[in-house]
Design a protein around this ligand. Structure first.
Ligand code: FE2
Length: 224
């Protein structure tokens, strides 16, 4: 009997996919141009996902959720590349969700009150987030996190994620140069201010905080 191989037979399922952007590639312009999206999402983010799939194949982490791969490799010095690509896959999917067309402005009332209580007012919070983003030396991320029941600003270098440190990510800003160089060259401060003032998706942050308040171990799921 002759068995014909089909395309499906040769298809090896890959555990992770590049999630679609939650908006059109020009939706964040002029703060973040379609050209930056084409490179940042279409090349950098895509490459992290593809490299992750190559590195995870055949390891004990194959088939695990993205968040589990990150937790499992975070402290393993022989899994640095797998951790970096898994964490960067997670960070970028999360980052895209942190922004929307027509975002920025002030948070929803209840969440705004929590920010006022934690930082002494929205303007102080905004200034601390901007300063933290500027002071991150080299590549990394500037975060708003839940630390138990309270809020805090945090920064991480390279691919590091807050949830391996007991902090729940609520918002992030990518401060790798590839996030802003085409639009702002070296002016990271201008990029960070514009993202906070014009793009931040406060509903996403407030939703993350509601989940974090109910479960201190909550981690937003970015597996795709
Ligand atoms: Fe990035």
């Amino acid at each position: 009997m002759l068995f014909l191989r089909t395309a499906e037979d040769n298809f090896m399922a890959r555990p992770f996919q590049l999630p679609p952007l939650p908006y059109a590639d020009n939706a964040l312009a002029p703060v973040i141009s379609a050209q930056t999206i084409a490179t940042h999402y279409g090349k950098h983010h895509k490459t992290y996902v593809e490299t992750l799939n190559k590195l995870v194949a055949g390891t004990e982490f194959e088939g695990q959720a993205l968040e589990a791969v990150i937790r499992g490799t975070a402290s393993k010095t022989d899994q640095t590349s797998l951790f970096n690509n898994a964490a960067q896959t997670w960070n970028h999917t999360f980052y895209w969700k942190c922004m929307k067309a027509g975002g920025g402005g002030k948070p929803p009332r209840a969440f705004a009150e929590r920010i006022d209580g934690a930082f002494g007012g929205f303007d102080k919070f905004r200034a601390e987030w901007i300063n933290t983003a500027i002071e991150q030396f080299g590549s990394g991320w500037a975060w708003l996190v839940a630390d138990g029941d309270s809020l805090a600003i945090a920064r991480t270098g390279n691919a590091a994620v807050p949830f391996t440190m007991g902090l729940t990510p609520l918002l992030t800003i990518d401060v790798w140069e590839h996030a802003y160089y085409l639009d702002y060259q070296n002016r990271r401060t201008d990029y960070v201010r514009a993202v906070i003032d014009k793009l931040i998706n406060w509903d996403f942050a407030a939703s993350n905080f509601e989940h974090a308040a109910a479960d201190h171990n909550f981690v937003p799921v970015m597996s795709a």
